[in-house]
Design a protein around this ligand. Sequence first.
Ligand SMILES: [Zn+2]
Length: 258
Amino acid sequence: MGVEIIGENGGSLSFVLSDASVSLANAIRRTVIGEVPTLAIDEVEFYDNTSSLYDEIIAHRLSLVPIVTDLSLLNFKDECSCEDGCPSCEVELSLKKKGPGMVRSDDLKSSNKNFAPIPGVLLAKLGKTQEIDLKARAVLGRGCDNTRWQAAVMGYKYYPVISISDDCTVCGDCVKACPRSVLAVKADKLTVVSERDCILCRACSDVCEPGAIKVDGDEHRFIYELETTGSLKPREVLSKALDILKEKADELSSKGMI
Ligand SMILES: [Zn+2]
């Protein structure tokens, strides 16, 4: 089994997983979206809210603000040695703003600079006499418990395998039919120019002579697209997910279940 990174851009990552089964490919996807821990606001205490939004709506919006998370510095609250929350398992944030103006995640002040909210998320609009004053607590959690802790979204597809037979007349219809510009005619020959961009729609083979172009997905090779919320870096999410998956497999193995 092998992983090859084929693209990385800020919060997104593309990679190819080779020599793997479909069940393993899906297990990696499910671990990324459901098991990788991140920090999110779980409790909000309002001191004042004269905005046009209910407390619950603001609390819900706050819970979805991604917070930069350093997993090496925090414990899960239910695994921490404290009784009811401490700086090792909780991060306190406060927000106090008077209108008029917009309230954004930038206005949330974190008690620990290692865990800062991602700026620019709009939370509310305040009128002239309106005010929001609150304190929030963020804790570690997992996407399988609630979406607010989901570290990333990730999808995968079979690696496209395109074969062109000798029946091809180089008419060029398939080149026009392809929505992803995967094919081109070069030197009077039909060529695959970007195999990885193929979405297996088979629009090319549908407009072509039967059997001239064959498009299949390799069931042991997968192309993944991963995009994080900003809490963790994409490589960190993938690496953590693989560690978690390995731990689970080791546990099952130690119990003789696999
Ligand atoms: Zn604690």
